[in-house]
Ligand binder design. Structure first.
Ligand code: IMP
Length: 427
């Protein structure tokens, strides 16, 4: 299977980074296809922890090629800091490639993100304030700046002058604040351009070449299906396409080249930021899971909201992305609970519904229909085989899988790369 897409099946933070890192051992190329530094993944290898925002998790293998695709919105200082951080920890950065078509984030995007959130007041989205929405808005409005423009020594000063003029007018006239200064911004971004130049290429051409050569390519999604701007809980979504289709657009490959899609889901659910969450647990069990699972955002440090596994939602995620299999993470976190619940359906105004509601007002009214299963308390973090899992944990996975209607191919039972059990051969 030469091309596999890894997709978050919930609201993000499912542990995609860890699953990518696990599968990356057998891949040649790892591609990040959307989002930006709103994402954060933590990978633990040999007791060492690595926190990344933009660079794909495959970077921890020196020989793998790691690509930031055209669908990503790139904050240059964040990428540069990440490259320097990896160098300082003796990781090779030579194989990083950055798309010349990726859009660039500027300080005015972050200012606008923050100002808009303030303006929304009680109906704020709870964004990561990394400028993601405003950067994608500029891309769609054809008012963005791409990496290729940033590297164009003759054209860039004029593009920046014109973009900044427009933005500073909005900042002044709509929000009453002073925007960035042209000369210092130009000098700053020219420095970034020189740092990034050696990494930049036409990544779509490169990926298609790798696929032709028979190389194995992993496409790593950021965020989660329910944060997709088309398919998620709109407007409480991000501005890109974390679903599988996003890989084709955000990497520049045709759908005929994709062989499999793996939906990554936690054994429970978490959400950071506002928006509907039908299986949210607000009481003691929720706090217990949050503390045991250390459910605090990698990017913002915000406490995550937690709840039971929602098979109805993951079924919907599987529908829009065509999951071939599921990777279930954080099974270890649930160890110690006497009972565990799975939401198998939603009831809306007394009726079980078949389709995932498009309107959040309806979603807020949906009552989860739970099935209660026996919990388990064994510490199985050192187990290596699926068969060694406690019977109740296996029964939980089996029911979760049948409720979603998709087989489970990978189970993660701890933070370490080694604490991952492959059930099905994927590569
Ligand atoms: P934005 O992507 O910063 O615009 O934020 C939009 C929504 O997506 C907010 O609810 C964020 O909390 C959420 N979000 C963005 N990135 C991530 C992520 O990597 N994990 C989880 N939630 C995220």
């Amino acid at each position: 299977m030469p091309a596999i897409v890894i997709v978050g099946a919930q609201y993000g933070d499912e542990g995609k980074g860890k699953i990518t890192d696990f599968l990356a051992s057998k891949a040649d190329v790892i591609v990040r296809y959307q989002g930006g530094s709103n994402a954060g993944h933590t990978v633990v290898v040999g007791g060492e922890e690595f926190r990344l925002h933009l660079i794909p998790s495959g970077i921890l293998y020196p020989e793998k090629i790691c690509i930031i695709g055209n669908g990503v919105v790139l904050d240059p200082p964040v990428l540069i800091e990440e490259i320097n951080y990896l160098k300082s920890r003796n990781k090779s950065v030579e194989n990083i490639r950055v798309s010349n078509r990726a859009h660039v984030i500027f300080p005015y995007h972050k200012m606008l993100d923050e100002l808009e959130e303030k303006r929304r007041g009680n109906s704020k989205i709870g964004t990561t304030l990394r400028g993601i929405g405003p950067a994608y808005m500029d891309k769609a409005a054809r008012a963005g700046v791409r990496v290729a423009d940033l590297l164009d020594e003759t054209g860039f000063p004029e593009i920046l002058r014109s973009r900044l003029k427009d933005k500073n007018e909005v900042l002044k006239n709509v929000y009453g604040v002073v925007g960035p200064d042209y000369s210092s911004l130009l000098e700053e971004y020219k420095r970034y351009a020189e740092f990034l130049r050696p990494f930049v290429c036409d990544t779509s051409a490169a990926i298609n070449r790798f696929l032709k050569e028979g190389k194995k390519v992993l496409f790593e999604g950021a965020q989660g299906s329910l944060l997709d701007v088309d398919h998620g809980t709109y407007p409480y979504v991000t501005s890109s396409h974390p679903t599988a289709g996003g890989a084709c657009i955000g990497a520049g490959v045709g759908p005929t080249l994709i062989d499999a899609v793996i939906g990554v889901a936690k054994a429970y659910t978490s959400r950071v930021g506002d928006g509907p969450f039908p299986t949210e647990l607000r009481g003691e069990i929720g706090n217990w899971i949050r503390e045991k699972g250390q459910e605090y955002g990698t990017t913002t440090g915000r406490p995550r909201r937690v709840g039971w596994f929602d098979a109805t939602m993951v079924r919907y995620a599987a529908q829009v992305s065509g999951f071939s299999s599921l990777a279930i993470t954080r099974l270890d976190t649930l160890s110690g609970l006497p009972k565990v619940n799975i939401c198998v359906a939603y009831r809306l105004r007394g009726r079980i519904i078949d389709e995932y509601p498009a309107r959040i007002e309806e979603l807020k009214e949906c009552e989860p229909v739970y099935e209660e299963l026996e919990g388990w308390s064994e510490d199985f973090s050192r187990l290596e085989e699926y068969d060694q899992l406690p019977d109740n944990a296996k029964a939980y996975l089996k029911r979760l899988s049948s409720a979603v209607g998709i087989p489970v191919s990978v189970v993660s039972i701890g933070r370490e790369r080694a604490q991952t059990i492959g059930i099905q051969r994927l590569f």
